[in-house]
Write a protein that binds this ligand. Structure first.
Ligand SMILES: NC(=O)c1ccc[n+]([C@@H]2O[C@H](COP(=O)([O-])OP(=O)(O)OC[C@H]3O[C@@H](n4cnc5c(N)ncnc54)[C@H](O)[C@@H]3O)[C@@H](O)[C@H]2O)c1
Length: 278
């Protein structure tokens, strides 16, 4: 009789929009894709009851070590990455859904070291970023000289710290909210700049301080988020991509990003002790 192939055991941390999508897909399509659920954690367990079988509900996140898990996926909050990221990497591969957490240079270093030390991969999902692996290749061969990302959305899709956008009116058109380093943007709009954070991780030689981002509010964008990426390399090399990501009014996450996360998950089979854009 042929051996049954081993399924990759996946722990999902966070049961919001992305977490629910991934849990549902693992339950529905996991076996065919080589995945099975190891556990689901959410800070409020009540949210899991009724939709996640009891055996998969993890009550306390610190007890993830009691589960047999190959890959842990954070789709929750940067704070959880800070508190548990290194521990996760000591036991499993780790896909960080909130890469804006890595704007903290200490945490960034800590997670890279934990991955290297334990031979486990720190996966960064490309989300709405187009060409992330190409950016990483240019970065690694030392020919990436500048990177700029502009994200334009309807004002209802932004979640900003402070009151940069408290006074918007329908029909007002386009307004540049902020232009500066991705590091500054991660503080200002941590939920809106994960795509830029993924780019800054791919472009590690420029880093969060060296990659430039811009956020633009545009009342015309009632059906799409627009992500523009400009990559400058050596000897006049230049690439510009424009991605239109379908999104409903008020949605922080574009609908194509859910499929993108699932595709990213399917890549996380282990790529050694390093950071890997997937
Ligand atoms: N990488 C990307 O391209 C990308 C795209 C979309 C969202 N994200 C990020 O992924 C994460 C999840 O996104 P979502 O759309 O599912 O969000 P969501 O708001 O729908 O869900 C977040 C979940 O985490 C919980 N949570 C929030 N703050 C918490 C905290 N401090 N401690 C513990 N639990 C907390 C909430 O209760 C909720 O269950 C967010 O950090 C978001 O910024 C990344």
């Amino acid at each position: 009789m042929a051996d049954t192939p081993k399924l990759l055991a996946v722990g999902i941390v966070g049961y919001g929009h992305l977490g629910q999508h991934l849990v549902e897909r693992i339950q529905r399509e996991g076996k065919a894709a080589g995945l099975r659920l190891a556990f689901v954690w959410n800070r409020n367990t009540d949210k899991l009851r009724g939709s996640v079988p009891e055996e998969f509900i993890l009550q306390q996140l610190s007890r993830f070590t009691e589960r047999n898990v190959d890959l842990i996926v954070e789709v929750c909050h940067p704070q959880i990455v800070k508190e548990f990221g290194a521990q996760f990497l000591s036991r499993a591969h780790f896909m960080v859904g909130s890469p804006s957490a890595l704007a903290d240079p200490h945490l960034n270093q800590q997670l890279r070291q934990a991955a290297a030390c334990h031979g486990r991969t720190l996966y960064v999902p490309s989300g709405a970023l187009w060409g992330g692996q190409d950016i990483q290749r240019l970065n690694n061969n030392g020919t990436l000289s500048a990177l700029f990302i502009r994200m334009s959305k309807h004002p209802s899709c932004f979640r900003l710290m402070g009151d940069l956008l408290s006074d918007w009116e329908e029909g007002e058109g386009r307004r540049v909210l902020f232009k500066g380093s991705v590091s500054e943007l991660c503080t200002l709009a941590p939920n809106n700049v994960n795509t830029m954070a993924a780019a800054a991780i791919a472009a590690s030689r420029l880093g969060f301080g060296g990659v430039t981002g811009e956020i633009v509010s545009d009342t015309e964008l009632s059906q799409f988020h627009v992500v523009e990426v400009e990559v400058t390399g050596a000897n006049g090399f230049f690439v510009k991509t424009v991605r239109r990501n379908p999104a409903q009014l008020g949605a922080v996450t574009g609908s194509a990003t859910y499929n993108s996360f699932w595709s990213s998950l399917l890549c996380c089979e282990g790529h050694g002790g390093r950071v890997y854009l997937c």
